[in-house]
Design a protein around this ligand. Structure first.
Ligand SMILES: Nc1ncnc2c1ncn2[C@@H]1O[C@H](COP(=O)(O)OP(=O)(O)OP(=O)(O)O)[C@@H](O)[C@H]1O
Length: 314
């Protein structure tokens, strides 16, 4: 298998602080690779190393066959990168922004108008080409920024929390575009805090404190990470009852999900035990990625992660 991205024990330290710790990952062509983890866990630092912007401290890695340590400059022309603070020029129009990035990425003259037109259509900005970027809402700006990032048809696209701060409708629209790009062959690595987006990824890597702690498909993660029977408890004042429920001998974990509690039980029989104890409605449920995320975060806090703790695809 020729991986588009491959890293082995990739590490980045800032002084005495290790931001990315011996990270080994592989990304297949055409994948949407979700990169998840709590704030400050090292996602952006990893992406910046993969884009050739930041030099690794140790370990190794290749993007599109180019070595991160020795060929970083060769990586840049082949990738698209959109950071949280995407760089649009507010005083340029939609068209001018796209034209500027087409020039920056050396899109050949004869293809340029056609590519700009394609990006305008992709971003749903037809008719607004002459509008200043400053006047666009955040959702439109973000789609324009995506257009700028992919105007050169990069083989791989790195998206660092592209959908933070935009409406659910715009988020959905944005992810539909990402899915279309992946279907057409672009490899996408995306960081997100939204579980509905993570659900649409073909693979997920979960990192915490710079270390990889899980890497698999969303379905496999749900099956492997959640050990026990997950139940939804419809109880009054879920926040107030959390600690009491957590201390029941057959309860492994408990967390608040809106107006409900999600309770991880030892075994099937405990559904009745919980119902008898609380006198509330107990429903057995299939774990969501949010449950997986919570379970992984707790696991990381409990166990000092070593190789044996990584939950990975075989
Ligand atoms: N240039 C730097 N110098 C020192 N520390 C840094 C530098 N860049 C990042 N860090 C630290 O490295 C850690 C990882 O940061 P990073 O931005 O990679 O996390 P993240 O997972 O992307 O977080 P978020 O989800 O909040 O964007 C943080 O503690 C951050 O403060």
């Amino acid at each position: 298998m020729d991986y588009v991205v491959t890293t082995s024990k990739l590490t980045k330290t800032f002084g005495f602080f290790t931001a990315v710790n011996q990270l080994s990952i592989n990304i297949r062509p055409g994948e949407i690779y979700g990169f998840l983890g709590p704030n400050g866990s090292g996602k952006s630092t990893t992406i910046r190393m993969l884009c050739g912007i930041l030099e690794p401290t140790s370990g190794s890695g290749k993007v599109l066959g180019f070595d991160l340590a020795t060929e970083a400059e060769k990586i840049k022309p082949h990738i698209g990168y959109m950071s949280q603070k995407f760089s649009l020029y507010d005083d340029l129009t939609v068209y001018e922004n796209l034209n500027f990035y087409a020039g920056l990425y050396s899109v050949p003259w004869r293809e340029r108008q056609h590519r700009i037109q394609e990006m305008v259509e992709m971003a749903n900005l037809t008719g607004r080409e002459k509008e200043l970027a400053a006047n666009l809402s955040v959702g439109w700006k973000q789609r324009l920024a995506l257009g700028c990032a992919i105007i050169s048809k990069p083989a791989i696209l790195f998206l660092d929390e592209p959908t933070s701060g935009i409406s659910p409708t715009s988020r959905k629209m944005f992810f539909n575009i990402i899915q279309r790009l992946a279907n057409e062959g672009t490899t996408v690595m995306v960081t997100t805090h939204f579980m509905d987006e993570a659900e649409r990824c073909s693979s997920i890597a979960f990192i915490s404190e710079g270390s990889l702690i899980a890497n698999d498909t969303p379905d496999n993660l749900k099956n492997k990470v959640i050990e026990g029977v997950l139940a939804e408890l419809e109880i009054e004042d879920p926040m107030g009852k959390l600690q009491e429920i957590e201390q029941l001998p057959y309860v492994k974990e408990c967390s608040v999900h809106g107006a409900l509690l999600h309770v991880l039980l030892e075994k099937e029989q405990n559904l009745v035990d919980l119902q008898t104890y609380t006198k509330a409605r107990v429903n057995k449920i299939t774990p969501s990625l949010e449950d997986v995320f919570i379970a992984l975060s707790r696991k990381k806090r409990r166990v000092k992660a070593g190789e044996q703790d990584i939950i990975c695809a075989p």
